[in-house]
Ligand binder design. Structure first.
Ligand SMILES: O=c1nc[nH]c2c1ncn2[C@H]1C[C@H](O)[C@@H](COP(=O)(O)OP(=O)(O)OP(=O)(O)O)O1
Ligand SMILES: [Mg+2]
Length: 446
């Protein structure tokens, strides 16, 4: 274990966002990232700076400050010293710029939103925590204008959050605490929207300059962190998130198999969900090692990995064919039956050969599908569906995928390869598993 607090390299500290933390400000959020605590207040003022008078546009500006005992030794208040230092200037400008980048300033009318970030306790990442917390405070303030009917909608284009990444003892790490930050070879702050866009990247090498590939790796790590943080913001804002984004829940189908994606997508039509593919959440090339010993374990491995990387609800299927005459093979090895890089054709070929001398009555088999659902908060469950049939003596039909041309389903006495997709999708192992999933899923969506 490389990290001071035993975290994985790509693990955030515990994130806690508390809204309505103090009572007077229109938006008041305490954000905690591990031991770092920042109070972010948003206030609305009914006027704008002189350069915006009569423009119809509003303004957002931010101030940042650290309380004297937010640090190891007492830090003199900037107000007592009579001037603010360069770091403070830079941070408050960053917070203001970031928030202005995701809001339509015309949409708030000639008003100013003041953001005040006060660091109560500093353990690294105070500027990034300030940004993540301020966004939520700003939304609360805007929501106040909205519920008071002063604006017609909350004029926000995107969610935005920020996280630090760095290189520490040669490893890329996410969300540096103070001790890591002070020893890091590279230290970078990454501000991103919920559309995976960058708002700002600040990266500096201390003594060890870094290469482009390292920069790219760090950006990727920052993306993972920001996706998780934005999910935390969405959870914290609850119904207001729905007001801004609509009330569909994001769900990622954690599969690299386009056929499964299509089948699962069709079966989930009735739900208030927005279906994402691995590709659409930027995980197109991701390969997940399926080293479990059961269908359920493998499904969980896939869903957990994708939930962790996206911060979204993830659904994975692990499925396969179990043929009685060969002791339930290929089972969980169905995809790699004829070898690590086998394709559907190789697998079917191998199965036909092994079954060449088996009578029709002995050719019974079933498809099995385990579906795992993993929620961003770590809740998870699995369900299993099966479908009974026989292995044919030759391939039939061109529909579907995998072993479909060889699997003669009892119900129709035809190969899945010969049946239209809506027929397969009403009786398949996957359909049966998803049917069971629906009930459990519906309960937890509420
Ligand atoms: O309805 C089906 N019709 C025909 N064949 C099927 C079916 N359902 C699973 N199968 C076969 C295909 C593959 O050989 C193995 C699944 O392996 P499995 O690892 O779960 O899927 P995969 O690697 O294709 O995609 P992914 O892991 O990214 O979800 O069982
Ligand atoms: Mg697979």
């Amino acid at each position: 274990m490389n990290r001071i607090d035993g975290r994985r390299n790509d693990q955030l500290r515990d994130v806690k966002i508390t809204r309505n933390y103090t009572k007077y400000a229109e938006g008041s959020v305490l954000i905690e990232m591990g031991e770092t605590k920042v109070l972010c207040n948003a206030s609305i003022e009914d006027r704008v700076p002189p350069f915006l008078k009569n423009s119809g546009s509003g303004w957002i500006t931010a101030e940042y400050s650290m309380l004297p005992r937010s640090t190891h030794s007492r830090k003199v208040r900037e107000s007592s010293r009579g001037k603010i230092d360069g770091r403070t200037q830079e941070i408050q400008r960053l917070i203001g710029r970031t928030l202005r980048s995701v809001i339509d300033l015309k949409g708030i009318g000639e008003r100013t939103i003041w953001i005040d970030c006060d660091v109560i306790q500093a353990d690294g990442g105070t500027r990034t925590a300030s940004i993540t917390g301020s966004f939520v405070a700003m939304i609360d303030a805007l929501n106040k204008l909205y519920t008071d009917k002063k604006i017609k909608k909350i004029p926000v284009k995107s969610f935005v959050s920020a996280i630090s990444v760095g290189i520490y003892n040669g490893d890329n790490i996410l969300d540096l605490c103070y001790e890591e930050d002070s020893q890091a070879q590279v230290d970078m702050n990454i501000v991103m929207t919920d559309k995976d866009e960058f708002v700002e990247v600040q990266g500096t090498a201390e003594g060890f300059p870094f290469k482009k590939h390292q920069l790219n790796e760090l950006l990727e790590l920052g993306e993972i962190g920001n996706r998780m943080l934005i999910q935390e913001q969405k959870n914290a804002l609850g119904d207001i998130t729905k007001l801004i984004l609509g009330d569909k829940t994001d769900v990622v189908i954690a599969t690299s198999n386009a056929h499964k994606l299509e089948e699962i997508g069709k079966i989930l039509k009735g739900f208030k969900v927005k279906i994402h593919s691995m590709k659409s959440v930027g995980l197109g090339g991701l390969e997940i090692e399926e080293n479990g010993t059961t269908f359920e374990e493998n499904a969980l491995i896939k869903a957990r990995e994708v939930a962790r990387r996206t911060g979204k609800i993830s659904i994975a299927d692990d499925s396969g064919l179990m043929v009685d005459a060969i002791g339930g093979k290929p089972g969980i090895y169905s995809a790699r039956f004829a070898g690590e890089n086998a394709n559907d054709n190789d697998n079917n070929e191998k199965l036909l050969k092994m079954m060449a001398n088996v009578n029709m009555s002995e050719r019974t088999a079933r498809f099995v599908s385990a579906i795992a659902v993993v929620f961003p908060n770590g809740e998870e469950f699995t369900v299993r569906g099966t479908c009974e049939g026989k292995i044919g003596f030759e391939r039939k039909g061109t529909n579907g995928f995998g072993y479909d041309p060889l699997f003669i389903v009892n119900r129709y006495d035809k190969a899945f390869g010969e049946l239209p997709s809506d027929v397969k999708n009403s009786i398949s192992h996957r359909a049966n598993a998803l049917e069971k999933m629906k009930e459990e899923f519906g309960k937890r969506l509420k």
